[in-house]
Write a new protein. Structure first.
Length: 148
């Protein structure tokens, strides 16, 4: 839960909690832990009641509707029969998309090579690389952080 906080930030949060709650901080912490413990017990009781009424052993992860149907209503053969028509379409679509992606990369690489290989001469006789004229080739201007 606090994986992205370092020790300084955790200390600052504790100091802030001490300033806000003062002498009541131990009571507030114990009330919060008691509430968390009660919520866990309620969830555990609800899953055990549901498992007892359904006659199966239910885990908390099984309460997701897809997992519940997959585990309790469909057999493995039914699930395979439902997946089979869609799997072929998925495989075809994936191969088409990867083919298009590869072709786009080849075209982009070829365009980069052609634009880099075209030197132009300026009136002074010195050679310069071509100035991009298309709006897509012009790099965007940096945003002003103070204006946003």
């Amino acid at each position: 839960m606090f994986d992205n906080l370092n020790w300084w930030e955790i200390g600052l949060l504790l100091l802030l909690a001490l300033l806000i709650f003062g002498d009541r901080l131990p009571q507030v912490i114990s009330d919060g832990l008691r509430m968390l413990r009660n919520l866990r017990n309620m969830a555990r009781n609800a899953t055990s009641d549901l498992g007892r009424e359904l006659g199966t052993d239910i885990q908390l992860e099984d309460l997701h509707p897809k997992a519940f149907i997959r585990k309790h209503l469909l057999s493995e053969e039914d699930e395979a029969a439902l997946r089979k028509p869609l799997q072929g379409v998925y495989d075809d679509l994936r191969s088409d998309v990867s083919g298009v992606r590869d072709e786009l990369r080849e075209v982009a690489d070829a365009a980069d090579l052609k634009s880099a290989a075209k030197p132009t001469t300026v009136t002074g006789g010195a050679s310069r690389s071509a100035v991009p004229t298309s709006p897509a080739a012009v790099p965007p201007k940096p945003l002003d952080a103070d204006a946003t």
